[in-house]
Design a binder for this molecule. Structure first.
Ligand code: GDP
Ligand code: IMO
Ligand code: MG
Length: 427
């Protein structure tokens, strides 16, 4: 099977980085296709931990081509910092290619992200303030600046001038913030252009040719299904599409070229930022999951909200992304808990809801319906086969699979590459 799309099937931070790095062993190309440096993907290799924001999690192998696709929004300063961080840790990044069609995050996008959030008061989304939303707004508004434009001095200056007029008006007159100077931005960004020029490519061609030659291509999603602009808990979402369909748009290939789609889920649920979270535990159990799972944001360091596994949202993710399998991570975090709960539906008055509702008002009236299962006490961090797991852990996974409507392909029992159980081979 030459092409696999891997997505987050909850609210992000499911462990996509770890699973991507693991699967990348057998891939020739690893592609990021949406989001930006709002993402924080952690990969542990031996005793070294790497935190990646823009560069695909395949970069730790010297021979993999890594692509930042057209659907990603790129903050060039962050990308350069990430390249330097990797170089400083002995990682070669010569195999990175960046789509000429990817949009660039400008200083005014970051400022706007901040002031728009502040102006929302209690209704704020809790964004990462990385300028992601405003950059995608400009893309949809057809005034964005693409990587190919940044590489052409005249084109860039014309677009910058046109944009700055509007953005400065908006910042100063509507939000009472300071505006930006054209020359200061130009000097900074034209410098970035020279540093990044060598990575520019028409990346859709690279992917297309590789697939034609029978090579393995892995698509690494960012964020998660419930943060999807269309399918998530709108407006508490990100501004891109974390669901699998976005791989086609954000990398430049057709749906017929995708062979498998894997959804990554934690063995429980977490969320960073504001918005509905039906199985959230605002108690000792939630605090226990946060401590044991080290649930603090990779990008912003914020504590993650924690709760029980929600099969309603996984079933929803299976539907909207056509998931062929699940990668269940952090099973080891549940070790030692007497009883585990899985949410099978939501109770609203006398009604039981089994399909994730669109209305936040309805969602606020929903109470999770739980099924209880016995936990296990055995250390599972050295399990390497499904049958190494204690029967209670096997039953828990089987029930997740049954309720979600997808088979379990991969199981994570620790942060390291070796702490991965493969139940179904993907490549
Ligand atoms: P991503 O954004 O989906 O890539 O996930 P993050 O990297 O933001 O957060 C996942 C965290 O869980 C990281 O610190 C990983 O090292 C860690 N992790 C991933 N898989 C496992 C696992 O199976 N067990 C444990 N204990 N930690 C894991
Ligand atoms: P990875 O790829 C978890 C959340 C933010 C906020 C909302 C909108 O590591 O899973 P944005 O800055 O995107 O406009 O913020 O989305 N968010 C994430 N939560 N993991 C992520 O990425 C996230 N990227 C954005 O916390 O609630
Ligand atoms: Mg993350």
């Amino acid at each position: 099977m030459p092409s696999v799309v891997l997505i987050g099937a909850q609210w992000g931070d499911e462990g996509k980085g770890k699973v991507t790095d693991f699967l990348a062993q057998k891939a020739d190309i690893v592609v990021r296709y949406q989001g930006g440096n709002n993402a924080g993907h952690t990969v542990v290799v031996n005793d070294d931990e790497f935190k990646l924001h823009l560069i695909p999690s395949g970069i730790l192998y010297p021979d993999k081509v890594c692509i930042i696709g057209n659907g990603v929004v790129i903050d060039p300063a962050v990308l350069i910092r990430e390249l330097e961080y990797l170089a400083g840790r002995g990682i070669n990044t010569d195999n990175l290619r960046i789509s000429e069609r990817a949009h660039i995050i400008m200083p005014y996008h970051k400022k706007l992200d901040e002031v728009i959030e502040e102006s929302k008061g209690d209704a704020k989304i809790g964004t990462t303030k990385r300028g992601i939303g405003p950059a995608y707004m400009d893309k949809a508004g057809r005034v964005g600046i693409r990587f190919v434009d940044l590489l052409d001095r005249d084109e860039f200056m014309a677009l910058l001038e046109r944009n700055l007029k509007d953005k400065n008006d908006l910042l100063t007159k509507v939000y009472g913030a300071e505006g930006f100077e054209k020359d200061t931005i130009a000097e900074e960004y034209l410098g970035y252009a020279e540093r990044l020029r060598k990575y520019a490519a028409d990346t859709s061609i690279i992917i297309h040719d590789a697939l034609k030659a029978g090579k393995n291509v892995l698509f690494e999603g960012a964020q998660g299904t419930l943060l999807d602009l269309d399918h998530g808990t709108y407006p508490y979402v990100t501004s891109s599409h974390p669901i699998a369909g976005a791989a086609c748009i954000g990398a430049g290939l057709g749906p017929t070229e995708i062979n498998k789609v894997v959804g990554v889920v934690k063995a429980y649920t977490t969320r960073v930022g504001a918005g509905p979270f039906p199985t959230e535990l605002d108690d000792e159990t939630g605090a226990h999951l946060r401590d044991r799972g080290h649930e603090f944001g990779t990008t912003t360091g914020r504590p993650r909200r924690c709760g029980w596994f929600d099969a309603v949202i996984t079933r929803y993710a299976v539907r909207v992304s056509g998931l062929s399998g699940l990668a269940v991570t952090k099973l080891d975090v549940l070790t030692g808990m007497e009883t585990l709960k899985i949410c099978t539906g939501y109770r609203r008055g006398s009604q039981i809801i089994r399909d994730f509702p669109a209305s936040l008002k309805v969602l606020a009236e929903c109470e999770p319906v739980y099924e209880e299962m016995p936990g296990w006490k055995e250390d599972i961090s050295t399990a390497r086969k499904f049958t190494d797991l204690p029967p209670a852990a096997q039953n828990y996974l089987n029930r997740i699979s049954e309720l979600s409507g997808a088979s379990i392909s991969i199981i994570g029992v620790g942060t390291r590459r070796s702490q991965t159980i493969v139940k179904e081979t993907l490549f």
